[in-house]
Structure formats: C-alpha cells, structure tokens
Design a binder for this molecule. Sequence first.
Ligand SMILES: [Zn+2]
Length: 563
Amino acid sequence: MVATASDLLPATLAARLAAEQQQQLAGAPRAQRLALLARALALDEPAALAELAAAAGLDVVIAPVVAPAALPLLPARLVHDFQIVPLALPDLPPGDDLHLATVWPPEAHMVRWIATFTPRCVRWHLADPARVRQLIVENYGVGAGSLEDDDDAPEPSATTATELDADADAAVVRFVTDIIGQAIADGATDIHFEPQEGALRIRYRVDGLLVPVPVPDNLLRYQDAIISRLKIMARLNISEKRLPQDGRINFKSADAALDIRVSTIPTIYAESVSLRLLNQRREAFTMERLGMTADEQAQISHVLDFPHGLVLVTGPTGSGKSTSLNAFLRQINAPELRIITIEDPIEYEVPGANQMQIRPEIGLSFADALRHILRQDPDVIMVGEIRDRETADIAIRASLTGHLVFSTLHTNDAPGAITRLIDMGIEPFLVASAVELVIAQRLVRRLCPDCAGRTAVNAASLRDTLEALGLDPAKVGTVRELGVPTGCQRCRGTGFRGRVGLFEILPPKPLHNLIVQRESTRTLAQAAREHGIRTLQQSGWDQVRAGLTTLDELLRVITISES
Ligand SMILES: [Zn+2]
C-alpha cells in the first residue's frame, strides 16, 4: 500500500512543500524520507528532524539507547520495515508503556501491526535515521528483516508448499544482498561465511581487522541455502561440496557495482565461503592520501619521471602495495604513455591503461603474460607480483631495455627486496643496475579524527618501546602526550577510521658496490641507514607523534624481531 502525502506529513510541513515533493516523500521508504525532507526544506538533517518533530508533536531522542528486554516483543521484519527500535529512557515515567524510536512519524497501519504483537501502549519518539538503522543492525543483525519467520510477517502468509519455498528462497536472496550491501557500506574488503558448531558466523574485514557481523538468531536454519545462493551467484558447481572452488560475482545494486572474488573450502561443518570485494568505488588514492610526507612524495615522483627502471613495493599481504602502485600509475597516467598491467586480481581500474588478469589455470602466468606484453610496445608495465625467477628475470630485462616497470615483492623491509631478487638467481649487477627504488610499507589504523583523545606519556615505558623498535630513546625528549582511541558513532565505537601508510624508501644506487658483492640484507640495511633512509619504524613513530595513530598499532604491524 502506497501512503498518501496527507497520511504521513504533518499539515504545517505539507504546506511548505510542492505537490511533487510531497509525492516523492510518499513514495520513499521511511528511512529515506528525512533526507528528502531536508533537501526540500534546504536544511541539514538534524534541523529538518527538529522541524518534523515539532510539526508532529513528537520529541527527538538525541542519543537513543535500546531497551534489551523489549527487543523480543517485535519481530525483526517489522522492526526493519518500519525502522523502529524499543528505547530505554533514563527518566522513564512509571508505567508499562513501550517507547519506540523511529525515523518518521508513525502511520496508522504501523500502530495496528504493533498492537497485534504487544498489548503495551506505544509512546513514539523520533531519532536520527542513521542511528536507528545502526541500532537495528546491532540488535537484530544484518539482514534480520530478510530472514524473519513468515508467520510473524506483516504480509499475508503463503498457503502452498511451493509458495513457502519461493518465499524462503527470496528471503535468502535478500539476506545475501543485505550482507554484501552492508559490507560495502562499512568499507569491508572481505566477507567470510564460516560454518561453526551450531552457528554460521559471518565476519567482515574492515581496515585490515576482522569484525564479527551481528546476524539474526535463526541464521543456522538457512546455512545451506545461503551457501548454495553464494555458489550460484559465483557460477560454481553447487553439488560439489568436497573440493575447493573459485569463482566470481558481478555484484550490482542500487548504489554499488563491483567484482567479488569467491572462494570455497570444505570444512568439518560445511563449506566455508570467502568473498573478496574488488574495485570498490573508493576515493581516488593519491600519495598524499596514503600518508606520505612531502619529502617522500618528491622522492618517489622523481623516479616516476624516469623513462626506464624497476620500482618495487614490498610488504606483507594487506600492507597496501597495490594501492600504492595504483597511486603511482594514476600520477604518471597520460595519453602519450602506453601502460599495460598484469594483475591477480585487478583491484583498481586505471582509466586508459590496459589491464590484464592472469589465469594460471589455462597457462597464463605472470611470466607468460609479461613475455607477451613486451611485444605490445608498452612504455610502463605493472606486474602484480614477482613470485619466481622467470618473472623476476623478464621484469629486470624489460626495465633495462627502456621500460618503466612496477612490481611488488613479499619482504619485510626495503633492503630485503634486493637480496630476495639475488636469492632468486638474478645476477647482482643486473639488480644493482635495474632497481631504481624500493618502497617498504605497512598500513596502520588511523585514529578517528572525531573522537581521538590524548593521554600522558609514561616516559620510561615509551623509552623501552622505542629501544625495542630500534629507535633512539632520546626521541622521547619533549613528547608528553600521545593519541588514544576513544570510540564514537562515526567510527562504530572502535576509535579508528581508515588507515595510514608507513614507508621506508630506499634508492639502491648508493649501495651499488655492496649489492654487486652480494652483501647480506643486514649489511645493506646498515649502509642504507648511514645514507639517511628513514626506516619503517621511524616513519611509524613520526605518525604516532603526529597523533595519527598509536604505538600499539605500530607494534601490531611491525614485529620487534624485524628491528
Ligand atoms: Zn570516532
């Protein structure tokens, strides 16, 4: 049933809107009406909410808190469709009233539906729609409205077995879409569906760390259907449950379109399914946004202008190597340059570049692809990763014959990349001639700018930590306070939002002789420090001192043994 404007808009407000705006409001879901109203009145949302509340004779709850005891009174689908949560109010008047926060003044049919589930008298309040949505997700689980039992649903229940099956299928489809949609909204890079004993656990990876996703209590019942649904979306063989499978999903929704890589493995309870969310529409990464200082940017930009040479980015999985390479490619991208990339997977699209996905299963490895693209007249080549001698060999030769080549390696620090190439069997003089720059990097979580606090420094323990990181303890000197995470609504209570990079930038040319003499990583690192390179540890400490992150974050990504 479509509500009419007069049903849902207090008369004093209706008078201020054009008929078309009223119609638009009437057609919108409850959760989106406030945003529309704010736009129509040219106000921000809090101001529009205040006007709406005054016109409807309701109050606005600024920081709503859920009443746990009242949660089971209302079925999740109702909560979801109506966007309501039961409230605990500090100065609750005595009595048995049920206080509900919602995002728009209640409509008559809502009141009737709620009355069928509870005899308690309902008192209405308005609250910020984003906060109400967040409370629903936290307390009822992501997608709870999709998997609600049919007998509780506001719609007339299905009568035949086939209709019931069709309803259950549709619910699972909606649920999976909700889970992926929420992951995109949360900026997650991965989603894991993990069958456990007596539960299906779902976790997101956000800013490099796993966070459990609140899910509806009745989720286990749908486990097989959810796993099958994911396998169908990824075009996998749904009857094959004993062998790992790989596939991909082209996910499209109203506000997102992205590639998802899907991998399944059999575990003791059921298949575990992992989703990797690729080319998420993220803000364009520039070197500055990665957290590089002006000096670091200048040092890298200088090399990006070279017509040839090898630039390596190194670090463990999840240290943001491909993000950096993407930022470099974007910086040099120009119509007069032919850029070809070989990737696994293609994480970001670079406009104008030719991007190739390797397919080892049909004989297209990094080395094969690289050999072929050299016949394609490239100026700039990006090879996702150097894993073997063959790829290393071709990349080095390409960089010595007039191509600028970017790639990544898995080593702890920058000097380690040099010795890794030599260990792979590349002649040291080729390495010394070809490699123009090595950048080691890590990502740490960035303190939430909205809520980060400051805490007094314990000089003795800070001195110990700096010493353990191989830094000069005298640096404690003037540091009296450091940033600490607090937690607010914008950072979902974690105290962190987004990430910032730590960088160690090594131009290897000054170490030419040491490299040719096959000196160890340790010797190279020592010499690099004498030439004044800033280590990862120093870069990290600078970011801690600048209040962008914490010492604990630094210690999490840089193990003491590395220093
Ligand atoms: Zn915060």
